[in-house]
Design a protein around this ligand. Structure first.
Ligand code: DGY
Length: 322
């Protein structure tokens, strides 16, 4: 009997879904977004594999709805904070993700946010579009330089290093904080420091850590107070790494200069916007770090490869780290 594979989205970039449909009974919901949990559980019944996005909640109820046939949950996402790993392990379900293929694209976006936030480009663009550019004034639209500034990368994995390489090209001085890479690195040249040192010395702090119990609210009131009043915080990892209320207060009190945010504690936001979206000196985007055609297709392809491998009885290409 043909095995059943569930995709939580009916359309995904690239040819990955086609490769699944060629071999399996591919099932999905009707709408464009993720089906409601109850519908998803019904669709999951009897599935051998599931293809999910990073913000799809994969919990014990969903795994149990699939039942003992389920062998693999493949995320088209590097982040895996929405997965109950213990529940998957208890049921012998392999969970995979897509690290690496999105690192450069996400680093590009991180750098765009650094430039936009420090140079206040969003505000300048809005002012132009509103017809306010009437006279050339030397003191209009002033931001802070990126070249020559110090970048502190928190989390020095593939994305963090890719951000650092770009910063090196911009003539920035580099610091990083990462338990897995505590020392200095040469390529790019970066000094490994503890978090307090990084927060005190960096002009730009880039958050590139996964969301785990240890990194939840890693940046809160105390950390923001430790940053320079001229500093910019950029987050392209997960919203939960930052205490958003503390960030809003820090911005309003002038404790830091600006922020660039691609991720939020509550996603997606719909019409109920976070106050950070309208806050001056904050540039916000709807979680588009990996959103290029090539990269999203590569993420789906890798997720599909993982399903194919596991259902063929072979090891997954990119299982979650231990
Ligand atoms: C990721 O891969 O983790 C991106 O944030 C998209 O979910």
């Amino acid at each position: 009997m043909t095995q059943r594979v569930l995709t939580t989205r009916p359309a995904l970039p690239g040819g990955g879904l086609g490769r699944l449909a060629d071999r399996f009974d591919l099932v999905c919901g009707e709408g464009r977004g993720r089906p409601e949990p109850a519908e998803l559980r019904t669709l999951a019944a009897g599935a051998s594999g599931m293809l999910c996005l990073g913000n799809d909640r994969v919990d014990a109820a969903l795994l149990d709805a699939a039942g003992p046939s389920l062998k693999v949950v493949a995320l088209a996402s590097a982040g895996f904070d929405a997965v109950d790993r213990d529940a998957a392990a208890e049921r012998g379900v392999v969970v995979t993700h897509t690290p690496g293929v999105l690192a450069e694209t996400t680093a590009d976006l991180t750098f765009a946010l650094i430039l936009m936030a420090r140079r206040r480009l969003g505000a300048a663009r809005d002012s132009l579009a509103a017809g306010e550019w009437d006279v050339f004034r030397m003191d209009d639209y002033l931001g802070l330089d990126v070249h020559g500034a110090t970048l502190g990368v928190v989390g020095y994995g593939q994305i963090g290093r890719a951000v650092a390489r770009r910063a090196h090209g911009f003539g920035m001085r580099l610091l990083h904080h990462s338990p897995s890479t505590p020392g200095d690195t040469q390529d790019p040249p970066s000094r490994g420091v503890d978090l307090p040192t990084l927060l005190a010395e960096a002009d730009v702090v880039s958050l590139n850590v996964p969301l785990t119990p240890e990194t939840r609210h890693l940046v809160g009131a105390a950390e923001l107070a430790a940053m320079k009043p001229t500093a910019t915080l950029v987050n392209t990892s997960r919203g939960g790494v930052v205490d958003e209320e503390a960030l809003l207060r820090a911005l309003r009190e002038g404790a830091i200069h600006s922020a660039g945010l691609d991720v939020f504690a509550r996603e997606p936001m719909g019409a109920e916007l976070s106050p950070l979206v309208r806050e001056p000196r904050v540039v916000t985007l709807p979680h588009v770090g990996s959103a290029t055609e090539a990269t999203r297709a590569a993420m789906v392809d890798l997720a599909v490869d993982n399903i194919l491998e596991v259902l063929a009885g072979r090891p997954a290409r990119t299982p979650l780290p231990g």
